[in-house]
Structures are given as structure tokens and as C-alpha cells.
Design a protein. Structure first.
Length: 100
């Protein structure tokens, strides 16, 4: 796999639901195994607390380097993203590249 996308996953905002969040240490390890070396994981969310959670998971993960999100005029936006942008809400993004 060259690129994996996680776009606006359910943030499960209640603390007792946090174990249900997609973005967990095991998930990021599983994605790493699926990607080729140099492959990208691109993640977007409008939920800042969830993004902060993701940042903690990323900081503890091995085998990744953070890179700039490449801007593209042909990038497809989700319905969620269009709605959030129209409301002036910030979109939090992270792009990771798998390293050896």
C-alpha cells in the first residue's frame, strides 16, 4: 500500500468511549505493516481533542517520520470536510511517512 487515509474518524468524545477510537497504538502499528517503506499515512479531523490524542499516539510510535501534507488541487474533500470548512472550522492534519 502506498497511501492510507483516515479522514474524520469518529472522535468518541466521552472518556469511557476512548478505547473505541480508531487511532490507537495497535492501529498505527497495523497501518505501518501494511504500507511499503516510504508509504504515507494521511489523517484529518476537525476535533482538536481527538487530534491531540492522535499526536500522543504518534509521538510514541516507532517507524514514522512526520512530513508536510502535500497540497493538491485534485484532492477530494469529504462531505464532512466541506461542511466544516464552510463553517470556518479548522481542519487538523498530519501526514506520516513510513521509515525502516
Amino acid at each position: 500500500v502506498e497511501t492510507a487515509y483516515v479522514l474524520f474518524p469518529d472522535p468518541w468524545p466521552k472518556r469511557h468511549h476512548h478505547p473505541r477510537r480508531l487511532f490507537q497504538p495497535q492501529f498505527i502499528d497495523d497501518v505501518r505493516r501494511l504500507l511499503r517503506v516510504g508509504g504515507m499515512l494521511r489523517v484529518k479531523t476537525d476535533d482538536l481533542p481527538y487530534f491531540q490524542w492522535m499526536e500522543r499516539v504518534i509521538s510514541e510510535a516507532h517507524g514514522w517520520e512526520r512530513v508536510d501534507w502535500p497540497e493538491s488541487s485534485d484532492e477530494v474533500l469529504t462531505d464532512f470536510e466541506r461542511r466544516f470548512v464552510a463553517q470556518g472550522l479548522p481542519i487538523n492534519r498530519v501526514c506520516l511517512r513510513r521509515v525502516e
